[in-house]
Design a protein around this ligand. Structure first.
Ligand SMILES: *[C@@H]1O[C@H](CO)[C@@H](O)[C@H](O)[C@H]1NC(C)=O
Length: 270
């Protein structure tokens, strides 16, 4: 049925252009649509481009957002995201930050003098079970930007005898990456990373195992993690996204960039 429909459209177009060539008024409401097999030869096999391709879904932009989200997720995973998260030297960072003021987060932890005894009691922190949850896409109201929400989860095994020998914490964090379309000097379109940060307030830390530690110690531990973890994770994830964007399928990039440049909404709001 679809094929017949597209042939009718083609015949109509041909009739129209033939009429225009002949300088005749269009036979509106009379000859259209042309009955198949009469009058005009079918253009099949004559090298004419098909005006309507029966193979395409009615609105291919519907698929773009999903394809893009999948490509980003796939790129993060194949780029080694989970291994990178698992190997963040969390304990080193915390200890160097707490012990001196020249660590990555020294300025932050230096003010938490009460946390130093606690830090000395942490024998080990292991990151396990890193996961990438379902990536979400949102388009800005003006249509020019995409925001990819990258939800991560992991577990921390904290060996800290003073609060109960072994604590297991579940951590969740959303990183939000802004993606925009840019033209380079040669006029080629790229998707590039804009802002890339953890979403404010999106860090969740929950105690998993049954041992109830001294509340104040647990509070200072979560206080330290809250200051250190989001920055650390963001520092690992954001550079990966830059690489993924430049390695994406050219057609996908081009299609998305065109829509962004023209501010056309294609991410369906959930
Ligand atoms: C991350 O974002 C998703 C949707 O954008 C939200 O449902 C989820 O609660 C957020 N997670 C955290 C840890 O804030």
């Amino acid at each position: 049925m679809f094929l017949v429909g597209s042939l009718v459209v083609l015949c109509g177009l041909l009739a129209q252009s033939t009429a225009q060539l002949a300088g005749l008024p269009l036979p509106l409401g009379q000859g259209l649509p042309l009955p198949l097999g009469q009058g005009l030869p079918l253009p099949l096999g004559q090298g004419l481009p098909l005006a309507v391709s029966p193979a395409l879904p009615s609105n291919p932009t519907d698929l773009l957002a999903g394809n893009f989200a999948n490509a980003l997720s796939g790129g993060l995973l194949s780029g080694g995201l989970l291994g990178i998260l698992e190997n963040i030297p969390l304990l080193d960072v915390i200890k160097s930050g707490g012990g001196s003021s020249n660590g990555l987060v020294g300025g932050l932890l230096g003010k938490l003098t009460s946390s130093v005894p606690l830090l000395n009691n942490i024998l080990d922190i292991k990151i396990t079970d890193p996961r990438l949850l379902e990536l979400g896409l949102v388009q800005s109201p003006d249509g020019h930007r995409l925001y990819a929400t990258i939800p991560l989860s992991l577990k921390l095994q904290v060996n800290m005898p003073v609060v109960g020998s072994f604590l297991q914490l579940a951590v969740k964090l959303n990183i939000t990456a802004e993606i925009v379309a840019m033209k380079d000097n040669q006029g080629r379109i790229h998707l590039v990373l804009g802002d890339c940060t953890h979403s404010p307030g999106s860090l969740q830390i929950t105690l998993l195992n049954g041992v109830t530690p001294v509340q104040s110690s647990l509070d200072s531990l979560t206080g330290i993690l809250t200051k250190v973890l989001p920055e650390l994770i963001q520092g690992k994830v954001c550079p990966l996204i830059n690489g993924i964007l430049s390695g994406l399928d050219v057609t996908l990039v081009h299609n998305i960039a065109e829509l962004l440049i023209h501010g056309i909404q294609f991410v369906i709001k959930v």
